[in-house]
Design a protein around this ligand. Structure first.
Ligand code: BEZ
Length: 327
């Protein structure tokens, strides 16, 4: 009881200090994301909220809204821009729909492996792209997270890329992946994450583009006959704060939020780097037909993609150079 009393008094003092100084006011921030509560991103958001409350003695708190409770990513992006939402962890895919330069992160086979993907996210280019976001999208980019590399799970046998031609293949709704599967001759079907399981189970799609964690944990492999481990693209995430909310924060609050959010997103990257191969191993161990393929599986599709995206993203060449330097 004594400790609780001391905690509540110190919290009250912190709030009073913020109000008296006028530098900032206590705030209950809201953070939205599309992943389910059990997902690594959602847990990182909860941990960040707990860190923020602790660091500010309860003056600032955070409510996390997982499973697209506040809307899909496009809607959350709009809410960030108007200041209706304070923070979000969004796929870089969504950001690339607004700022096409970010499409360069999806250059096919940019990363040799998951560790390399993590290093690309630490490059100076990746950092400088974040600093462009307030001007280009009305959001402050704090740091990157990720969700591993992309794989394909398909119904039926897939011996070569030709077997994917005409197949309805679920993609995350964003242009770089749409261009990739269009070039392959598949029938890419944009669909947000929460709709994927049912769509695969009921045959609405023949295949999905997905990461290792969810293929394993959400048991997508059980709904399909072939897992193709291609590692064909990275899948970065970004921690965002509304620029409208940011401008009213004190320098101290900005520093605290940046430092604490970045620490939790760095942890997300570290977890995926460690776990991606383990999740794939667990899928393989189930005996589900499992094929590892390289860039050659996709023929000239990666080159076609580069030709399209060298027009759409001004940093594609720099991104390939940054990836080469991060090997
Ligand atoms: C997806 O669209 O496949 C996805 C989105 C967020 C986290 C992981 C996967």
């Amino acid at each position: 009881m004594g400790i609780n009393f001391i905690k509540s008094v110190s919290g009250a003092v912190a709030v009073a200090a913020l109000l008296v100084s006028g530098a900032a006011s206590a705030k209950d921030f809201r953070l939205g994301l599309i992943t389910p509560p059990s997902h690594i991103w959602s847990k990182a958001a909860e941990d960040f909220g707990a860190d923020l409350a602790k660091a500010t003695d309860g003056a600032h708190t955070l409510q996390v809204f997982p499973s697209q409770q506040l809307g899909n990513e496009a809607e959350m992006m709009q809410q960030l821009q108007t200041g209706a939402l304070d923070m979000a962890f969004l796929t870089v895919a969504e950001v690339s729909n607004r700022v096409p330069d970010f499409g360069a992160f999806y250059a096919p086979f940019l990363a040799d492996d998951i560790g390399h993907a993590g290093r690309i996210l630490q490059s100076d280019l990746a950092a400088s792209m974040l600093s462009d976001l307030p001007a280009k999208a009305g959001v402050v980019g704090v740091a990157y997270g990720m969700a591993g590399l992309r794989q394909i799970v398909a119904k039926g046998e897939v011996a070569s890329a030709a077997d994917l031609k005409g197949k309805k293949l679920r993609i995350t709704p964003f242009a770089p992946i749409l261009d990739f599967y269009n070039a392959l001759g598949a029938a890419p079907t944009p669909m947000p994450l929460p709709a994927v399981y049912d769509a695969l189970a009921n045959g609405q799609v023949d295949a999905i583009d997905m990461d290792a964690e969810l293929i394993w944990k959400l048991k997508y492999f059980e709904q399909a006959e072939t897992v193709i481990v291609s590692n064909h693209m990275m899948f970065p995430m970004v921690g965002l704060v509304s620029a409208r909310v940011w401008k009213d924060l004190s320098e101290e609050d900005r520093a605290t939020i940046s430092e604490l959010m970045k620490a939790r997103l760095d942890e997300v990257v570290t977890t995926f780097v460690k776990m991606d191969p383990e999740w794939l191993q667990q899928v393989e161990d189930t005996g589900t037909p499992y094929t590892e393929v390289g860039a050659e599986f996709f023929g000239d599709v990666p080159a076609q993609w580069d030709a399209i995206w060298s027009e759409k993203s001004s940093v594609l060449g720099e991104m390939r150079a940054a990836a080469a330097a991060a090997k």
